[in-house]
Ligand binder design. Sequence first.
Ligand code: ATP
Length: 199
Amino acid sequence: MKLKSLVLDGFKSFAQKTQIEFRPGLTAIVGPNGSGKSNLVEAIRWVLGEQSAKSLRGSRMPDVIFAGSNDQAALNRAEVEITFDNSDHFLAVDTDEVAITRRLFRDGTSEFLLNQKFVRLKDITDLLMDTGLGKDSFSLISQGKVEQVFNSKPEERRQFIEEAAGILKYKKERLDAQSKMAETDDHLLRVADIVSELA
Ligand code: ATP
């Protein structure tokens, strides 16, 4: 699985639709201070499901929408699309290319698409869990992240290791199963109540 392209449209300083193709080999993005290098990396984190506006250097999620400049008015929508070469079928989707799109409107409405079809954030999170692209993975190391790992509490550090080891998915499945069992226990209690009322 390889990163193929990234399209930004109205995301932070990228008011105009901008497409970046990642060719085989190493890609370096260079530019003067404030030219948007970190915004690009944040766009990748955002389209992969980042839910914390603070970790994208904002206070609310709509802060990622282009806020206007001297020569251009603010926009009402941010959109980012990331495309992976999935010919090795590393991502559990039956296509050779996987495109994930995220849109956010100023009124807070947000949309996720997987290969141009509407999906829920949960579908994206589940797809990426334990692939190394998940929220707490080391695929993206932003400024300050190294210190954050060194300074993190043991429980937080454990999360990084669990993501790298690929066991988060199973932990989540266990939690889902436990909550279903608790729900079933509740139902059984209700049935027992009804049976005793009828007896
Ligand atoms: P450095 O080399 O200093 O780290 P950089 O190239 O990483 O800089 P970024 O931090 O990605 O630059 O970009 C910062 C610029 O993005 C600032 O000029 C800021 O005003 C602009 N910016 C951030 N959010 C928005 C937004 N919502 N709308 C318009 N511009 C924005």
